[in-house]
Design a protein around this ligand. Sequence first.
Ligand code: PEP
Ligand code: MG
Length: 311
Amino acid sequence: EQREPVEEVRPKTPVKPMTATEVKVNVSIPEAAERAAATGADGVGLLRMEHMVLSLSKTPERFIRDEGEEAYVQEIVEGIRHVAEEFYPRAVRVRTLDAPTDEFREMEGGEDEPHEHNPMLGYRGIRRSLDRPDVFAHELEAFRRLYEMGYDNVEVMFPLVNDAEDVYRAKKLMQEAGIDPEKREWGVMIETPASALSIESMAEAGITFASFGTNDLTQYTLAVDRNNPNVADRFDELHPAVLELIGSTIETCREHDVKTSICGQAGSKPKMVQFLVDAGISSISANIDAVRDVQHEVKRVEQKLVLESVR
Ligand code: PEP
Ligand code: MG
């Protein structure tokens, strides 16, 4: 089924401050697409695939075994399509599946999940995808079909990569699935110090964007569990070490013409916005309720930078 041509899609963008830095929105569940689009965001900086899969109440492996591969691909196609349609032609950056094993354990088929002492350091994100290319192929097939349908605003984002090897392996699977990386926007999340320190070689591998997942980047840089109340006061996304990793990554990306973005919660903090706009980030993606404030903060910081430059 072909989507309608762009001209026939009615404009949905309300009046918003004009900024050079794009302000996008995070979408966790496809059903929130309308509300997200109504913010006037410049696109979706993070569409999480987790809800589309976890709402099936079975692990991907069990769902595919019971319901078939086609049903699994269709669930993902429909979830993404709903958002891609709502935002067209604005870009929708879709993150491939990133659920830790403890979340799958609750579901049918969860008994087959590995037992892990540290699920957040374990079998999740691109690690699981690369380990199970047979399962991952269905996610990639969903992207291929969306491109075939005309949703060229869809972008592919890989979570929890560490280095260029992860990127080359993921890229190869994309190609094997019939997606041409040369024609698409695709990239990685910067969520581990290793990924930030590997940005140069990842850029050479051909990524077109890198997006900071500061929830994880902070927890792994500071060794502070993001969900542990005992150390919650030490969870500081503005810690100089975190900012150093972000700042140097943006600088390298600019040298290589790779776009940069943030999709972690810190993107809605005014101090982080100031730091990022100053560093020259391409876009900031915030939760639906925060988009408006971020738009205005970005505008304020950009105006200040312009004034400083002419003084
Ligand atoms: C992050 O780590 O900042 C992120 C956006 O991903 P998640 O919160 O889903 O781990
Ligand atoms: Mg993360």
